[in-house]
Ligand binder design. Structure first.
Ligand SMILES: Nc1ncnc2c1ncn2[C@@H]1O[C@H](COP(=O)(O)OP(=O)(O)O)[C@@H](O)[C@H]1O
Ligand SMILES: [Mg+2]
Length: 339
């Protein structure tokens, strides 16, 4: 049996470039070389694409993936991608998780892991995401969408969360406790996006749940995020010891079930495919709100997405195999359609 050729897309233009490299290295290391041939495609912060065989040796040496044969003319990229069996985009944030890369892969007619164009774009936009969830009766945090900071006053009192609509990793987010902090927070958020959300503060437990599948998505055991900070900010996310994941979460069995139910419901509502990590808040009275879906969550073997499936009995290597199989299944299914 010939090996499956997998191109792993890594890096990317967003501020999550380095996080993506770490995730992608984990993926390449975990793919069994007897069954998978991996090609590393690294996208620079400047948008330049570089190709190289991500040899195990290079990875085991802890160095950068092997990109010796570089740079290759950008024109060769589509050809290379159409020669592989499947592409695994391990890119976080804008220009990777937001449908842009997915659109490129659709054009090239190559199977790829994870959400399609629309679901990726939708889950990247916290404003439109909530509109769809509300429409489907899935509870979300109250918020207002702001396009002009002038004269804006909080309809929720304080504290409130201020967020750029289409970013991730807590970049550009402020918890504002006063009108002054609201103003500074809006300034910061508008540096990252033209659309900003101001959200009511939710006093509750942060619970995350991994979802896997195409037409029949399944939820993992959820986990509770305990940030070593007032909220789950950038350093809590990425600093060593900044966060503790507690599995299962310290909430009632009913609330756990509700988190799983709503995570799958949100996945279906947004027409996600392959994978997504659903981030929820659970209030004291067990009310569960969906905060967001991450269509390409942090993806190292010790990232929350993988850990939750590990805790549910699905090891990382098998999770990757499943995701690749799901990508191939979707491509085959959709290939039967007439356009
Ligand atoms: N409405 C809210 N109430 C309480 N905490 C919030 C609220 N919104 C966000 N947070 C905190 O901020 C973090 C980042 O917000 P989130 O919407 O998940 O943005 P990102 O896409 O950057 O992860 C959350 O994990 C949580 O700790
Ligand atoms: Mg988040």
């Amino acid at each position: 049996m010939s090996r499956v050729r997998v191109a792993v897309l890594m890096g990317g233009r967003s501020s999550e470039h380095d996080v993506s490299l770490a995730s992608a290295r984990s993926v390449v290391e975990a793919l069994d070389p007897a069954r998978y041939e991996t090609v590393a495609v690294e996208i620079g912060r400047d948008g330049r694409w570089e190709i190289g065989p991500a040899t195990r040796a290079a990875l085991e040496g802890g160095g950068e993936p092997d990109v010796e044969s570089l740079p290759v003319p950008a024109a060769q990229i589509p050809a290379t991608l159409s020669e592989v069996d499947v592409v695994f985009p391990v890119l976080h944030g804008p220009f990777g998780e937001d449908g842009t890369v997915q659109g490129f892969l659709e054009l090239a007619d190559v199977p790829y892991v994870g959400a399609g164009v629309m679901a990726s774009a939708l889950c990247m936009d916290k404003d439109l995401f909530k509109s769809v969830l509300r429409d489907k009766g899935i509870p979300v945090t109250d918020s207002v969408t702001v396009r002009d900071a002038n004269g804006f006053e909080s309809p929720f009192g304080f504290p409130v969360f201020i967020k750029p609509a289409r970013l991730g990793s807590s970049v550009g987010i402020t918890k504002a406790r006063s009108q002054d902090e609201l103003r500074t927070g809006l300034d910061l958020a508008f540096r990252h996006d033209e659309k900003v959300l101001v959200e009511e503060f939710v006093d509750g437990v942060e619970v995350e749940c991994s979802v896997l599948g195409n037409l029949e998505p399944v939820a993992s055991t959820p986990g509770e995020i305990v940030a070593d900070a007032d909220w789950y900010d950038y350093s809590a996310k990425y600093d060593e010891g900044g966060m503790e994941l507690i599995v299962p979460p310290r909430i009632s069995p009913e609330a756990i079930e509700r988190v799983q139910e709503l995570s799958v419901a949100a996945f279906r509502a947004t027409e996600c495919e392959g994978m997504a990590r659903a981030d929820c808040f659970v209030r004291g009275d067990d009310e569960v709100l969906v905060n967001e879906l991450n269509t390409i969550p942090g993806f190292t073997a010790t990232s929350v997405y993988a850990k939750l499936f590990e805790a549910s009995g699905l090891p990382y290597e098998e999770l990757l195999e499943k995701l690749i199989a799901l990508a191939l299944e979707r491509h085959q299914r959709r290939g039967k359609l007439t356009f």
